[in-house]
Design a protein around this ligand. Structure first.
Ligand SMILES: [Fe+2]
Ligand SMILES: [Fe+2]
Length: 214
């Protein structure tokens, strides 16, 4: 049986993976063409990562799921410690990325442009590798363990809590205030032919439920 809370985690992982891969593809495409990226769209994407995965997804894991798995064996506790360190590091990492993007944008008309672009690309790659690995560990070690360890009462408690706040890019209605942000992101992905495969990752479970304005 698939528990709703685990489905939510997996859907949110897919949405975040697709976003991270889209940013990587966008940057590679602009480097290949020797053009500047759409800075507004990139800032919107990083803002999305900060607002949803960092502020909603990771706290749900840290506060609700991980404590239920602690104290069972030393290996699991060590894995949970590493994942918690990742969560703590993530907020700082996204701030540094946003600053690197701002540096690239502000200096793009100067002779620092290439150095700033390289700096942002390198920071972005490090962040993408870091989070793809983090989510892989959760999906291969922690979620399967939860499936075998937790009882019906614990699942009921988790499922109720996980339904409370959900990521709009993982197939849930965006709050009114966030709709322009998601229109900008979806519009940027749609207008870039190079990210077609990443955009497909948003199809179905990860498709935003509002219709982007044309
Ligand atoms: Fe996590
Ligand atoms: Fe996660």
């Amino acid at each position: 049986m698939t528990h709703p809370s685990l489905s939510i985690i997996r859907h949110e992982h897919r949405a975040l993976s697709a976003m991270l891969r889209s940013i990587t593809l966008l940057l590679a495409e602009h480097r290949r063409r020797n053009t500047l990226p759409d800075f507004d769209a990139l800032q919107a994407m990083l803002f999305y990562i900060d607002e949803f995965p960092e502020k909603l997804h990771h706290p749900k894991e840290s506060r609700l799921l991980f404590p239920k798995l602690r104290g069972r064996d030393a290996h699991t506790d060590a894995v949970l410690d590493r994942l918690e360190r990742d969560h703590a590091r993530g907020e700082q990492a996204i701030r540094e990325l946003e600053h690197a993007l701002l540096g690239f944008r502000m200096m793009s008309a100067t002779d620092q442009c290439e150095a700033r672009r390289r700096d942002f690309e390198a920071s972005m790659k490090q962040y993408v590798d870091f989070y793809l690995d983090h989510m892989h560990v959760e999906e291969t070690e922690i979620l399967p363990l939860a499936e075998t360890m937790l009882d019906a009462g614990e699942w009921a408690e988790l499922d109720a809590a996980f339904q409370m706040n959900r990521d709009p890019l993982a197939g849930h209605e965006a709050d009114e205030a966030y709709r322009p942000l998601f229109r900008k992101i979806v519009g940027a992905l749609q207008s870039s032919g190079s990210v077609g495969s990443a955009l497909e990752a948003f199809a179905g479970a990860a498709q935003p439920t509002f219709t982007p304005r044309q």
